[in-house]
Write a protein that binds this ligand. Structure first.
Ligand code: PGA
Length: 255
């Protein structure tokens, strides 16, 4: 299998400039020794993009992610950041549709479809987040819910465009709560999503899409979760803020 295995950090709105410098220095103190199919993405706040790009400059298989971008090309949108700006800096990835953006900033599936389009148009790799809240899991309708998120935001893409997407399945009840989905629960959803993708785009395309798991991944559980056949790494919040934890997460990637 040579699907990309990705350890994606999501710092969210954390760390001062000085703390960010220190964390980056610790992360890159020693070579990461990433295998042929292993990749690292650092999702840092906008003001730290240059810092992270500089720190990761000569590090193989390691790129920088923005945590959002705007759905318009450019213009009078005070306070927003465009995909074109990110591309021009050398940013490779953009996290789109994180549940915090959906909840606190009212990002809809439709808006996210537009953000995906503009990100792809500027050569960025969207890390597209999906996932259900606890009430949906308890009602047992999580598969339909998540499949619909993919359908409404991604299925307008051609197969060629779709292949550039990375998906992150993040059950909302597991984000920042310390309650990880079991590796079986993660595998079950990832296998379901891959079958849904296969129904839409064919098994070849579906087998090449990286599907990351997110929600309370840390050094001590990464290897087990990432070891599941349809889990291709993780999107990691809290544990990406500590160098030793995140390095352990990276070490948990399948080789
Ligand atoms: P967490 O966050 O690892 O802190 O649970 C994951 C995420 O929200 O991407």
């Amino acid at each position: 299998m040579n699907r990309k295995q990705i350890a994606a950090a999501n710092w969210k709105m954390n760390l001062t400039w000085q703390q960010a410098e220190e964390l980056l220095a610790q992360l890159f103190q020693h070579p990461l020794n990433l295998g042929a199919d292993q990749y690292v993405s650092l999702g840092v706040p906008f003001p730290y993009l240059s810092l992270a790009l500089n720190a990761a400059k000569n590090v193989q298989h390691t790129g920088v992610a923005a945590q959002n971008c705007y759905n318009r090309k450019n213009g009078a949108f005070t306070g927003e950041t465009s995909a074109e700006m990110l591309q021009s800096m050398g940013v490779q990835y953009v996290i789109l549709g994180h549940s915090e953006r959906r909840e606190y900033f009212n990002e809809s599936n439709q808006l996210l479809a537009e953000k995906v389009d503009i990100a792809l148009a500027h050569g960025l790799t969207p890390i597209f987040c999906c996932g259900e809240a606890l009430d949906i899991r308890e009602a047992g309708t999580q598969n339909d819910f998540v499949a619909n998120q993919l359908k409404e935001s991604l299925y307008h893409l051609t197969p060629e465009a779709f292949e550039k997407i990375v998906i992150a399945y993040e059950p909302i009840w597991a984000i920042g709560t310390g309650k990880t989905a079991t590796s079986e629960q993660a595998q079950e959803m990832h296998a379901y999503l891959r079958s849904a993708l296969a129904a839409q785009y064919g098994t070849e395309v579906a087998s090449r899409i990286s599907i990351l798991y997110g929600g309370s991944v840390k050094g001590s559980n990464a290897k087990e979760i990432f070891g599941m056949p349809d889990v291709d790494g993780g999107l990691v919040g809290g544990a990406s803020l500590k160098a030793d934890e995140f390095l352990q997460v990276i070490a948990g990637l399948k080789s």
